[in-house]
Design a protein around this ligand. Structure first.
Ligand code: 3SK
Length: 509
């Protein structure tokens, strides 16, 4: 069961409580060329929490934004803010001022902790914000050479963490939303432990001997669970990479004999290729694939090469982490598996009744952690009769397994990134050469999908390779660069409904 005391601070459970359980000398995090033990993490996060509370004036319930690439300093900041009773919003380094401002306004964020290398866009956002009152820099390279680090070094290593309730909000996870208008989902202190005590314990059977590696940003709950919560909950170690390319991951897997990997099928495909060329990934006992659907050939090739299944699963920011998954002893190709213990899932027909087995419908799931939108926005749409309607179309087969069919919205999933087509359209439309555009996800062997823009040019502009490059660079400079259209097609007109709405599905070739 998932029984937790009424008062619970998740960050204490992942640090000081681990030291008390005897894990103090074990390595917790590896990153930027350094190893940190559980005792070092407890001390470091206590010192940082002192700065947040004593110097910055962070109060329980205040929202704190963290801006960083995956590194131990980011984890330390997240844990420290959680110890201080704050509600944390973790964000990706690639976000630009406009995107950060949306988060800051939605979540009424007052404080920001930022890797000094990433200050520029946050400063622009802060200048115009009526909410953000304090931005402080930390040294992501962990040389402790920034204001937050210097203040922390003067603080004691003991901190009385805020006595939060287990159902106090600890984390806001932002979803990109199909319109590019991000929505925040609220997660409790206890939810952070539920995902570890459920999925990570039951399915991955994590032990203190495990070494985790992976690519999802800590800013996504997929990454935060897989690369911080899961290892820290069980006394294991996590290796954190600021740039988690498949080549970098392979290097670290070989160097530290990593045992559990979290990434998307796109990266696994490259790793399979590297194995052909001699990469030694034999230490991996668990290869978790999520974020996009796992093609059967990748699953099969992995099985053939390693003798072990690749564990496909589905989660969502709303549900915090994986709720349906394959298992080491129960896995199938082109199949997402069965619900994690404590979760139930079903497929709904159009009228809301359970769809007959073997037919497509909307996936509904419920369990110990569920969706709560900040401000209640869209809540009644997502949660109906206690069931979370995830927005994915699935088939529930006769044997009880769930099979992914499609997403219901306009989200483009490219190499594990969720990209809202309308947001890319809005960026393109700001360029004077663009008169109209429609953005879709075009199938792509390497990335699952790529962002493809269909553009009607303004008068006086003609298609050219130079213009393609200019538009791509323009998008990269306007919104997070991973959202740029890798493919651009110039067209005379866009297909539209009689009421003038772009019919994006008709842009698919
Ligand atoms: O499947 C996903 O995309 C996902 C999202 C959030 C957290 C965990 C996962 C696997």
């Amino acid at each position: 069961g998932f029984d937790y005391p009424d008062r619970l601070n998740a960050a204490v459970e992942l640090t000081d409580a681990m030291v008390a359980k005897g894990f103090g000398d074990r390595v917790a995090l590896i990153g930027n060329g350094r190893r940190r033990t559980y005792k070092e993490m407890a001390d470091w996060t206590n010192r940082l929490a002192h700065v947040l509370v004593d110097d910055l004036g962070v109060k329980p319930g205040n929202r704190v934004l963290i801006r960083s690439a995956n590194n131990p300093a980011m984890v330390a900041c997240w844990l420290a803010a959680t110890k201080a009773g704050a509600v944390v919003v973790n964000t990706m380094p690639m976000l630009r001022a406009g995107e950060l401002s949306k988060y800051v306004d939605k979540a009424e964020i007052e404080f920001a902790l930022c890797d000094t290398r990433l200050m520029e866009e946050l400063v622009i956002c802060a200048k115009e914000s009526r909410f953000l009152k304090k931005v402080i820099g930390f040294d992501g390279t962990a040389n402790h050479d920034a204001e937050l680090d210097r203040l922390a070094l003067e603080k004691p290593v003991q901190f009385d963490a805020v006595d939060t309730a287990s159902d106090d909000v600890a984390l806001l996870g932002f979803t990109s939303g199909s319109t590019g208008d991000p929505k925040a989902t609220m997660h409790f202190h206890r939810d952070l432990l539920i995902i570890a005590d459920g999925y990570a314990r039951e399915v991955l059977n994590v032990t203190p001997e495990d070494v985790f590696i992976g690519s999802p940003p800590l800013a996504f709950t997929f990454g935060l669970g897989g690369l911080a919560v899961f290892p820290l909950r069980f006394g294991a170690a996590a290796t954190l990479l600021e740039v988690a390319s498949p080549a970098n991951m392979i290097e670290i897997i070989e160097k530290y004999r990593a045992t559990v990997c979290f990434t998307a099928p796109t990266a696994y495909r490259v790793m399979l290729q590297a194995m052909e060329e001699g990469a030694d990934l034999s230490s991996l006992r668990a290869a978790v694939s999520a974020g996009e659907t796992l093609p059967a050939p990748v699953y099969e090739a992995w099985m053939e090469k390693t003798g072990k299944p690749m564990l496909d699963g589905i989660g969502s920011t709303e549900m915090l982490h994986i709720f349906i998954t394959n298992r080491f002893d129960d896995h199938r190709p082109a199949c997402t598996g069965r619900p994690v213990g404590g979760y139930e899932a079903k497929v709904l027909a159009e009228d809301g009744s359970e769809a007959p087995r073997g037919t497509m419908g909307r996936l509904a799931v419920r369990g110990p952690a569920g969706c709560r939108y900040l401000g209640g926005e869209r809540q009644d749409e997502y949660v109906q009769d206690g069931w979370n309607i995830t927005g994915d179309t699935f088939v529930h087969d006769e044997d009880g397994y769930f099979h992914f069919a499609a997403r219901n919205d306009d989200i483009i999933v490219s190499a594990g990134y969720n990209i809202a087509g309308p947001e890319v359209e809005a960026a393109l439309l700001r360029h004077e050469a663009v008169s109209e555009c429609g953005v879709i996800g075009a199938p792509n062997e390497d990335r699952g999908q790529i962002v493809e823009a269909h553009i009607v040019l303004a008068d006086g502009y003609a298609p050219s390779d130079l213009l393609v490059k200019e538009l791509q660079d323009y998008v990269k400079a306007t919104i997070a660069p991973y959202k740029y259209p890798r493919s651009i097609k110039f067209v005379e007109a866009l297909p539209k409904t009689s009421t003038g709405k772009i019919q994006r599905f008709r842009l698919q070739s």
